[in-house]
Structure formats: C-alpha cells, structure tokens
Write a protein that binds this ligand. Sequence first.
Ligand code: NDP
Ligand code: 8X3
Length: 252
Amino acid sequence: MKKIALITGATSGIGAACARKFAGAGYDLIITARRSEQLTMMANELTQGFGVQVLPCCFDVRDREAVKRAVDSIPASWRDIDVLINNAGLALGLEPEYAGDFTDWETMIDTNVKGLLYMTRLIVPGMVERMKGHVINIGSVAGDAAYAGGAVYCATKAAVKILSDGLRIDLSHTPVRVTTLKPGLVETNFSNVRFHGDTERAAKVYQGIQPLSGDDIADVALYAASAPAHVQIAEVLILATHQASGSVICRS
Ligand code: NDP
Ligand code: 8X3
C-alpha cells in the first residue's frame, strides 16, 4: 500500500533531502514551499528520478488563510497523509536580543512556530480519524540552549520542542506518533537566508568543520517513520562530530 508524506519547505536543504529520501522509499509526496518555480523543478526531479506521484502545493506557511485554502484543495486521493514533516523554517540575523530587527523576529516566529501550528491543526485531525499517522517536526539544537545573537531563533526552536511534546501527549490515546529532530550545523541555504544573502559570511559558518548534510537528517527522519508501529522515536539530537552544543564547535 502506497504511503503519502507531506513535506513543508521542500525546495531546499533538509526538506528537499527528505523529499528525495522518502521518494526513494516509495512514498508519494505532497511538497510545499513559497517559490513555485523551484517547487515545480523539485516535483519533476522526484517524479522522473523515483517514479512516485508528486503533488506540488505553493503557499506561505505564515498565511493562515492560504494554508487552509491549500490544505482544503488537496484532492481526495491525496488526503490520507501518513507522514507530515513540518520543516519549513528559518533564522534571520545574529544581533543581540536588545538590538534585533522586529521584522526578522516576526518572520521567524510566524514561520517556525505559527506555520508549524497551522499545518498541524489542519493535517493531524485526519490522522486521528484514520487512527494512523506520524508528525515529524524539525526542531534544532538551538532549541536546547540560547547562543549569542540567536535568542529569538532559539526560542522558536524551543517552542517546536514543547509543541511536539504537547502534541505527543494529546495524541497518546491514538497510534499517531510525534518525532522532534534537533539537527546541529547542517550545510544548506540556512545561513545565506540568516545573513540576508551575504554568502561570504554564510560560508564561514561551515569553515573548519565537516557539517551535516540535509541527507544526514533525512536518514533519521526516514528511520523514525519506518520504525515498527509500537516504536515512537520521540526526539533525536543530531550533531556534527566536532560540534558539542549550539555554541561549542571545534574547528580545525
Ligand atoms: P533552507 O533555507 O535550505 O530551506 C528552508 C525551506 O523552508 C525552503 O524550502 C523554503 O522554501 C522553506 N520556507 C521558508 N520560509 C517559508 C514560508 N514562510 N513558507 C513556506 N516555506 C518556507 O534551510 P534548511 O533546510 O537548513 O532549514 C529547514 C529547517 O531545518 C528549518 O526549520 C531550520 O530551522 C531547521 N534547521 C536547520 C539547521 C541548519 O543548520 N541548516 C539546523 C537545525 C534546524 P521557499 O523559500 O521556496 O519558501
Ligand atoms: C540551526 C542550527 O546552531 O545554526 O538550527 O542554530 S544553529
């Protein structure tokens, strides 16, 4: 029986890697993001590369009405979603909390926290009704402890951990599972976005250390989704070997 995974933020980085990994395992995919051209390219790549069905869905997770319209427009044959990967997210800026940018803060909170909640609220009821499903939320090592200049981003990822824990409690009478993945340094477009397109500054984040790849995180996501039904991988912290925490990184 074919399974369906819905992955938010599938045009880049960890989300794109999860899309490839789950397609490789035979899942049909609903992939979402804001950039329609990249989404179409990704859909074509997955269809051609893995022979799976792909439904691209273009919307901004911050826009509650748009999220609802998009979810309502999912055709009946795609509605039995087995895995929801709440991945869309970002960090913006690295300024001290007392000097941060209001717009950056609002974008991070609206995307990482409210967007994840909108998706959860709209997709999980179907899982409960079918008594089947799995929510994989992409948190971060940043949610375990604050680091300099990262307070608001760290707070959004701490929120992801707590929202996942709460959801797991609220679903504990059902077979629906909830997993939080907490990656450390993963080389994606993340730092380019954080530094508003300053690629030189972004590259420095990954200097002197072999960072994780999106694929490393996708491996763990697929492992969690493939575990036997009685096994709930609740939380996994995944660090590069020379990273010990959000702020302790040993560079050569
Ligand atoms: P990327 O920038 O490479 O990918 C982010 C994805 O999110 C893109 O597909 C982007 O697509 C999508 N996205 C961003 N904002 C929105 C939005 N408002 N609505 C819909 N989609 C959106 O970064 P990563 O792959 O690294 O990040 C993925 C997740 O992993 C994030 O939640 C991040 O916080 C988390 N993470 C990243 C780590 C890292 O070191 N890279 C470590 C720990 C966690 P588009 O622009 O087309 O909308
Ligand atoms: C992203 C990882 O350590 O750059 O969540 O904040 S970190």
